[in-house]
Design a protein around this ligand. Structure first.
Ligand SMILES: Cc1ncc(C[n+]2csc(CCOP(=O)(O)OP(=O)(O)O)c2C)c(N)n1
Ligand SMILES: [Mg+2]
Length: 546
């Protein structure tokens, strides 16, 4: 077997079912080994999309997704995806080619030091220098990528090592690992803090969304009955518990959910990862914060917990609930604020203005999406509206990126969700700017015969930056553009496209798109004057002092 064969056998050994990417000539031995393997090669139209898809596989399953590229230019195209997985804590393996390392028959043609490039963007970046090391390196790569805190790992396979014949080397079988559970002293301290709290509040952060955690978290919330809010990436980490949901902190201060946060004397922050835009700002006089996480908290100017419960989060929370269940007289002290906080979110959600308000769009999307439907957001102004207003009742049904917050990931992440869950409705939500950053993947989605609806918010602008420009009192300048005819664009890709022509047209158009199946674009004109009216003026009035 050659090095490439060993690599592919090691990937099969890890349970890999598909690899996303754009091969180059340096990968041809790997491509040939894939052809003979059980692993499917899914070519994309840009490496960035392959990386976003692989990262989303890791995010949704906990098992690293794998992407492949050639050397130099192809590998550089993976870098945004690497950062997306690193900041977002998504397990992913990137395999890139390289010219031969034992002789240099093409001098420096296309040679870039990709291992150095990837080092700050990954948990590990290595060149494979001998087939002998492949089984152990691949096992190590998956172990590192998948263990807390998850993230990307890069392996570079030079073409001569890929081609080199080697004796069969035994693969290293993966085994399950249980993380240590929090220390009894930490559990006692945490229980004491919660027992003496007068107005406790739970916050669910990004790490709360780990797929394996959803049941334990839902049980914890159900047993203690302490109301909870979530960060953007902690959204939808709990199934059920709807009666305790206080809102999502899409902004750092002043929003209605901050009425509860500002009154809390204890915040139990489960899985908060400070890669996220802060859900609230800690200061000298704020509440006590208890960090619950797989790893100790990182300390920031705006986040410095007073106590920590570190260990496998699910089992640790069960032990904590054992100490507290039925003993918390003040558990629901903040719950009376819930009705008023949530009432604000339905404001203008059914208004018939055209172009549509963002509130109306979020409302209508929710009507059309079943509880287990998955909405995958790109990055733009609508992300704040979805984070605030879109209610989730099933874990991991709103995927958004509040970590790298890159444009261009919406469509590829939705494609991955559609591949993993062909039985569920999947919706990509994009701006007209972000959609065009990876629009070429419509061809991939059609080729893969995915069932997927892509909703494009059309304001003919980089709306979010335009909004910030206005908030900061800069003149309106430089943020607008024209769009292609999106309906014709869809048709040119053998997809279908529909434009929403009236306020009442959105829900039926989305419904028709889902019913018809295949890849469907729905273009909805949006009225972004609500951004300033609600997110600046109204919230400023609501909380002028903050
Ligand atoms: C790759 C990348 N480039 C630039 C930005 C900065 N940025 C954040 S939101 C945004 C505008 C997004 O425009 P669009 O996709 O049309 O969404 P809208 O805000 O208009 O709804 C920009 C340029 C970014 N986050 N990622
Ligand atoms: Mg836009």
């Amino acid at each position: 077997m050659n090095g490439a064969g060993l690599l592919v056998a090691a990937l099969e050994n890890e349970g890999v079912k598909q690899i996303f990417g754009v091969p180059g000539e340096e990968n041809l031995d790997v491509v040939e080994a894939l052809r003979r393997s059980t692993i499917r090669l899914v070519v994309t139209r840009h490496e960035q999309a392959a990386a976003f898809m692989a990262a989303t596989h890791g995010r949704l399953t906990g098992e690293a997704g794998v992407c492949l590229s050639t050397l130099g230019p192809g590998a550089l195209n993976l870098t945004t995806g690497a950062a997306y997985a690193l900041l977002g804590a998504m397990p992913m393996i990137m395999i890139t080619g390289q010219k031969g390392i034992l002789s240099r028959k093409q001098a420096r043609f296309q040679v870039v030091d990709i291992v150095s490039t990837m080092t700050p963007l990954t948990k590990m970046a290595r060149q494979i220098v001998s087939p002998a090391s492949i089984p152990s390196l691949v096992r190590e790569a998956f172990r590192l990528a998948q263990q807390e805190r998850p993230g990307p790992v890069h392996l570079e396979l030079p073409e001569d090592i890929a081609h080199e014949e080697w004796e069969d080397i035994p693969l290293i079988p993966p085994h399950p690992i249980e993380y240590p559970v929090a220390h009894p002293a930490a559990l006692d301290r945490a229980a004491e803090l919660i027992l003496k709290a007068e107005r406790p509040l739970v916050m669910l952060g990004a790490a709360a969304s780990r797929p394996r955690l959803s049941d334990a978290l839902s049980a914890f919330v159900g047993r203690l009955q302490i109301p909870f809010f979530n960060t953007q990436m902690g959204k939808g980490s709990v199934s059920g518990g709807a009666g305790l949901y206080m809102g999502t902190a899409a902004l750092s201060e002043r929003d209605y959910v901050h009425d509860a946060i500002d009154r809390a004397d204890l915040i139990i922050a489960i899985g908060h990862d400070t890669v996220e835009k802060p859900p609230f700002l800690m200061g000298p006089h704020g509440p006590t914060v208890l960090h619950v996480g797989y790893l100790p908290a990182s300390v920031e100017e705006v986040f410095f917990p007073h106590a920590e419960l570190v260990g496998d989060v699910g089992p640790s929370l069960r032990l904590l609930a054992d100490r507290l269940e039925g003993r918390l007289a003040n558990a629901s002290a903040l719950l009376p604020l819930r009705g008023e906080i949530l009432a604000h979110l339905t404001d203008r959600a059914e208004e018939s203005r055209f172009p549509l308000t963002p509130q109306r769009i979020v409302h209508d999307v929710r009507q059309v999406m079943p509880e287990d439907g998955i909405a995958c957001l790109d990055n733009g102004m609508y992300k704040i509206w979805f984070a605030r207003n879109y209610r989730t009742r099933v874990a991991n049904t709103l995927l958004l990126d509040n970590a790298l917050a890159t444009m261009g990931a919406g469509l590829p992440s939705a494609m991955m969700a559609a591949m993993l869950h062909p039985d569920r409705r999947v919706l990509a939500v994009c701006g007209d700017g972000g959609f065009m950053m990876n629009a070429q993947e419509l061809e991939t989605a059609v080729r893969l015969k995915l069932n997927l609806v892509v909703l494009i918010f059309e304001d003919k602008a980089y709306g979010m930056i335009r909004w910030k420009q206005a908030v900061d009192h800069f003149p309106d300048f430089g943020m607008t553009f024209d769009n292609p005819d999106f309906v014709a664009f869809a048709r040119a890709h053998n997809a279908n496209g529909r434009r929403v022509e009236s306020a009442d047209g959105l829900a039926p158009t989305l419904e028709a798109a889902f019913q018809e199946g295949g890849v469907q674009l729905v273009i909805v004109p949006v009225d972004y004057s609500e951004n300033a009216r609600v997110l600046v003026d109204e919230l400023h009035q609501h909380s002028p002092g903050a």
